[in-house]
Design a binder for this molecule. Structure first.
Ligand code: ADP
Ligand code: ZN
Ligand code: ZN
Length: 813
């Protein structure tokens, strides 16, 4: 028997191995194996069994690392699709997707050669460099050796490896590859139980009796619990065992994230309203049909979408199906988890996200693969969970950009949810108050079923939204930049404070981007080719397009109204917080953004304080826009709608509309009506107008023709190449060569099949010492785009730049 194995290395290849007789019985697809690769031992994943293989030097696998498969054949089919679509090595993906810690690979260790420590005294090998001496001194202290990785982090030198080679050539040290034990293994625990009956004549001591009473009360008890209660009780247990009163058994226990929750009543006993009932009925029809059916559930904030999900999930479970529920990163709150646990019971649910400890993830993953857990709830990576008999995927807030991963494998979990559902023949529910343009486009082309819920539950009112025209706001003495808070918003905050209610102030600060605008008429400078906001570069005094490289000197006056009042716009939450403190010194003010929320539990603390009305004004970024219900919040202020609107990104208007609609939805979820103020220099902009009216259809009708005119998605697809290098000049030259190759290759396809845009310097032109550029390839047919990218990669293999690929990019920074 032979195996095709994927190994987590940066290579598109998979590898063939033979199976020794002794291991053949335990082989199964989806298990991990230890295999030799080059001189090292690595963990690999079994993808396929084959009876024959050609090739001469096929090596044997060394060991099987799992008792039960971590993946199943249909999962592997899905992963293969993903690897291919996102240009990412399959083995590397598996290494990142599977819970870390269970895999093994050999490491290089170094130790002194016999007599190596005396090398200097004898003068045998000449003198040592200071770094070489340090290495030798260190190894003298560790006679059994040190792993090279440890040595590198201890001495922190790049040239260390070269020095090691010199020392080895001089016979001062030697090296070998060692295999460390696994970091993670299933945890086993011993349990004590009473025998049903034991001989009556057996006498017990006082101590033994109290232990027996304890077990009678609690039933089967793990040894660890007994130890906590009785101290070291192994002798006690041994005695009872001998007398035949108790039994001892051992089995695996699953580690869990935190203590078991205290659950209330299952909830959800209220009567669904008409819109909910109608949506539910239609989705359940799809569930009953047992085939791939994509459904969009478009419901305003607070319309009761989550309640619909919960009931669909319940029905899917009843039919024996498995479920994946995806929520945006920041919406995965304990409240939400609690709602699920109360409805379905704690043991039915696995929670997967990056914040969960390795060992817990490992145990949860194995319970999912084994079919013990049928609901997986998590952020984007939960989509990769090997859920058995998958029949339903729910993607809540499907428009949310946190579904896109922006490093390693750049994938979009919402898009992949559709792929996975299709392979599994499952229903996929995409829920949102503001579905993405892409999703709505698919609805209009009848690819997805469309369900809508237009009202909040129990007819709670939607908040009233006012637009504040910042062009009329002047700084002190009628001069200077516009103030951070308009008069109208300032007054509203004052009134809210007086009434004893709470205020949210929202500022979408992406500090690194500044745009230039006319403070009198609101005009924003845009690229002639791409219709995108130009980014201001202070150092060279120019405005630049980061798609096509179009550049102009910063104009001195406004082309629309001739005003010379041209200014950059940039403001962060920290400054906002300070201003608000100054204006309302008596108010209790807190700030919530990723800078302020680094400490574990900080976000929870603020949300709890908000809930207990210990905060009057909360200042924050997107983090405050989702998932939380606070009846005391009656005022929401959007400090600058323009920040979102003027991102250099063709989706800027879509994002602005979504954010404004979502933020507005935060207001007035309790009994009190909510008020929303949106401050802007562009009060006529359709994204702002439509958000004010909560009119999704109208926004869509205005946005779509603009996308079509410039051939942006959903009318085309984009693949972005992210190019980076350590040296600016070499990088630039290389980037230009690559651009020419891309254009030639595109021209080879003839006609307008593919368009190459750029290369241009990226808006974040330097990250971690690397200079960055980007190149966009745009076209209708994804297969043509993929072939072209492959060709470009093949023809630029020797270039001194790093190329990362982003398929269907959502971030153009
Ligand atoms: P969404 O997900 O659309 O924002 P939720 O499902 O979270 O809305 O519902 C908002 C609130 O209304 C929740 O507290 C929920 O328990 C409650 N709710 C949902 N459906 C109903 C209903 N039919 N009657 C009364 N309350 C409901
Ligand atoms: Zn102007
Ligand atoms: Zn441009």
């Amino acid at each position: 028997m032979f195996l095709r194995v994927a190994i987590p290395i940066p290579s598109d290849r998979t590898f063939l191995y033979a199976v020794p007789e002794a291991l053949a019985g335990d082989i199964a697809i989806g298990k991990r194996v230890l295999v030799p690769l080059g001189k090292k031992l690595r963990t690999g994943y079994i993808l396929e069994k084959t009876a024959e293989a050609s090739g001469i030097d096929i090596k044997d696998i060394i060991e099987i690392l799992d008792r039960e498969p971590l993946l199943h054949e249909e999962d592997i089919q899905f992963y293969r699709w993903v690897a291919d679509y996102y240009f990412y090595p399959l083995g590397k993906m598996l290494g990142e997707v599977l819970p870390a810690g269970g895999e093994r690979k050999s490491e290089r260790w170094v130790m002194l050669a016999p007599g190596g420590d005396r090398c200097e005294m004898t003068g045998r090998e000449g003198t040592l460099s200071p770094l070489q001496r340090k290495i030798v001194e260190l190894l003298v202290r560790y006679p059994r050796g040190v792993s090279v990785n440890k040595l590198c982090s201890a001495l922190g030198r790049q040239e260390l490896r070269a020095e090691l080679r010199i020392l080895r050539d001089r016979n001062i040290l030697r090296s070998e590859d060692r295999l460390p034990g696994p970091q993670l293994a299933p945890r086993r625990e011993r349990f004590v139980n009473l025998r049903d009956c034991w001989p009556a004549e057996v006498k017990t001591t006082e101590k033994q009796l109290s232990l027996i009473r304890f077990i009678e009360q609690y039933g089967e008890v793990p040894m660890s619990t007994l130890r906590k209660t009785f101290g070291d009780c192994s002798a006690l247990v041994k005695g009872l065992l001998k007398k035949g009163i108790i039994t001892l058994s051992e089995r695996e226990v699953h580690r869990r994230p935190g203590p078991a929750p205290e659950l209330g009543a299952p909830g959800g006993s209220f009567v669904l309203n008409d819109a909910q009932r109608s949506a539910l009925r239609k989705i359940l029809k799809d569930v009953a049909a047992q085939r791939f059916s994509p459904v969009v559930l478009h419901g305003v904030t607070g319309s009761g979408k989550t309640e619909v999900y919960l009931r669909v999930i319940g029905e899917t479970l009843r039919r024996g199906g498995g479920v994946i529920v995806l929520v945006p990163e920041i919406a995965l709150t304990p409240q939400l988890l609690h709602r699920f646990q109360e409805r379905f019971g704690d043991r039915e649910i696995a929670v997967l996200h990056s914040g969960i400890a390795k060992a817990v993830r490992y145990d949860q993953w194995r319970r999912i693969a084994g079919g013990d857990v049928r609901i997986v709830l998590g952020a984007r990576s939960a989509l990769f969970a090997p859920v058995r008999d998958l029949k339903l995927i729910v993607v809540d807030e499907e428009h949310d950009s946190s579904y896109k991963q922006e490093d390693h494998m750049r994938y979009h979990a919402r898009d992949l949810a559709l792929v996975k559902a299709k392979l599994a023949g499952a229903v996929v529910v995409l829920g949102s108050a503001t579905p993405g343009i892409q999703t709505c486009f698919n609805v209009r082309h009848r690819r997805y079923r469309y369900l809508t819920m237009k009202e909040r539950v129990e007819r709670r009112p939607m908040p009233s939204v006012e637009i504040v025209d910042m062009r009329g706001e002047k700084g002190q003495g009628g001069q200077g930049p516009a103030p951070v808070l308009s008069r109208a918003l300032g007054e509203a905050i004052g009134q809210t404070l007086t009434a004893g209610n709470q205020t949210l102030l929202f500022l979408n600060r992406r500090g690194f981007h500044t745009f230039m605008h006319c403070a009198d008429c609101g005009h924003v400078f845009k690229c002639l080719n791409c219709d995108l906001t130009l980014t201001y570069h202070r150092d060279v005094g120019s405005l630049k397009c980061h798609y096509c490289d179009f550049t102009v000197l910063t104009p001195g006056s406004c082309p629309r109204c001739r005003s010379r009042h041209i200014a950059g716009y940039g403001l962060g939450t920290e400054r906002l917080e300070a201003e608000v403190k100054m204006l309302f010194p008596e108010a209790r003010i807190a700030r919530m953004d990723s800078d302020a929320m680094t400490a574990a539990g900080a976000q929870e603390r603020i949300l709890r304080a908000l809930d207990r009305r210990e905060i009057d004004i909360l200042v924050g970024t997107q983090m405050i826009t989702k998932g939380h219900d606070f009846p005391g919040i009656t005022l929401v202020g959007v400090i600058s709608a323009d920040m979102a609107l003027n991102m250099p990104d063709f989706r800027a208007a879509e994002r602005a509309f979504q954010i404004l609609t979502q933020v507005s939805g935060r207001g007035g979820r309790g009994d009190l009506p909510g008020r929303v103020f949106i401050q802007t220099f562009n009060p006529e902009h359709y994204a702002i107008r439509c958000a004010q009216a909560q009119d999704y259809g109208k926004f869509y009708d205005q946005e779509l023709p603009l996308r079509q005119a410039l051939n942006y998605p959903p009318f085309s697809r984009i693949v972005k190449l992210i190019l980076s290098g350590l040296h600016r000049e070499d990088g630039q030259a290389s980037v230009e060569r690559l651009g020419k190759i891309a254009r030639d290759a595109a021209a080879g396809l003839g006609g307008l099949a593919v368009e190459v845009v750029g290369p241009a310097e990226a808006p974040l032109s330097r990250i971690k010492g690397r200079y960055r550029w980007q190149l966009l390839i745009k076209g209708r047919d994804s297969r043509v785009l993929h072939d072209l990218v492959r060709e470009i990669l093949a023809r630029t293999a020797g270039e001194p730049i790093d190329i990362k690929i982003d398929v269907d990019p959502v971030n153009f920074m």
